[in-house]
Write a protein of this length. Structure first.
Length: 133
């Protein structure tokens, strides 16, 4: 089995990937690239892999998506700004679990760019826009 692992960043030069073959013996590293990893390279290698694993936020908080969609359709921006607008449920759970340490907001911080790139890559790889569970 061939696995493509991608440490996705906003820019090609900050992205890394590896191809690993899994078999009867120990895993074998087929390819390691750190920097200059384009979407074209990821999709080309992803089309040959059995599994593609991407380290990136997949999506935005649902209240944020709803607010942006409604605002784009002419509704006002929500007056109340609940934490759920900026943080996914997973982020809020991490904050509780780690005693107040807050992860980056995928809807309002620089990490939003890798999330957008991940969504585009899932589309290019032929996925329906959702990561596998």
């Amino acid at each position: 089995m061939l696995t493509l692992g991608v440490d996705l960043a906003a820019k090609d030069e900050k992205t890394a990937l590896c191809l690993i073959t899994w078999g009867d013996g120990p895993p074998r590293l087929e390819r390691l690239v750190s920097g200059d990893v384009s979407d074209d390279l990821i999709t080309a290698l992803g089309s040959t892999a059995d599994v593609v694993a991407i380290d990136a936020p997949f999506g935005w908080p649902i209240p944020f998506v709803d607010a942006v969609g409604a605002y784009g359709a002419g509704s006002p921006w929500p007056r109340e700004q609940p934490r759920g607008l900026w943080f996914r449920r997973t982020d809020l759970l991490v904050q509780v679990t780690l005693a107040g340490r807050s992860p980056l907001s995928v809807s309002s911080d620089r990490i939003a760019r890798p999330a957008e790139r991940a969504a585009r890559l899932l589309t290019l790889l032929g996925e329906p826009g959702r990561p596998a569970a």
